[in-house]
Design a protein. Structure first.
Length: 186
């Protein structure tokens, strides 16, 4: 991908590496105010958001952001009906850079919000990946951060394998067991 784009991933996962239940929906047990505040502050500095059909930041101004909804239901890129600055994008039919250019960007900060196929699509090019962990939450049979985790790898193993290194873990919400680790490409 074009080095003019800085690609950052954001996820909160359970202790067992899940971002959602088996139905693809984030359970209440993963929702944390400290994580949400960190996430909202980070999104104030992005130029484009990319995510799948179940991922959204849940903020009243969400629809004002320029965004790509990754889907296989379009051939390349199509505007989302009735919504400005948002497109349905198929990475199999159109490179990310071309989709971003169609969205009016030639450079900038891009936030990746998930799900597994979206997070996985950008693994080779993340500048940073912010992995929050709800250490006291488990979601058996849930939806993992990355698609390849279904083969038994942890999110940390996937990030390390793809060239990212962890910075020291931060206690984001110690009373509720929520941590944050920023993984960076060195």
């Amino acid at each position: 991908m074009n080095s003019a784009f800085s690609i950052d991933g954001y996820a909160i996962a359970s202790a067992d590496g899940m971002i959602a239940g088996p139905d693809g929906v984030m359970p209440e047990s993963l929702k944390n105010e400290a994580d949400h505040q960190f996430f909202m502050a980070a999104l104030e500095n992005v130029d484009l958001v990319a995510h799948g059909r179940n991922s959204h930041e849940g903020h009243p101004n969400s629809d004002l952001r320029r965004r790509l909804w990754m889907t296989r239901s379009v051939e390349t890129l199509e505007p989302r009906p009735g919504v400005e600055r948002q497109w349905n994008w198929n990475p199999e039919g159109l490179r990310f850079e071309d989709a971003a250019h169609a969205a009016g960007l030639t450079s900038g900060v891009v936030a990746i919000l998930g799900g597994p196929s979206v997070y996985s699509e950008f693994l080779p090019v993340y500048r940073a990946f912010y992995l929050c962990r709800a250490e006291r939450v488990r979601i058996p049979g849930g939806t993992p951060v990355f698609s390849v985790m279904r083969e038994g790898l942890s999110a940390e193993e996937v990030l390390r394998r793809d060239g990212l290194s962890p910075e020291p873990k931060l206690e984001l919400d110690a009373p509720n067991g929520v941590t944050l680790t920023r993984w960076v490409r060195i």
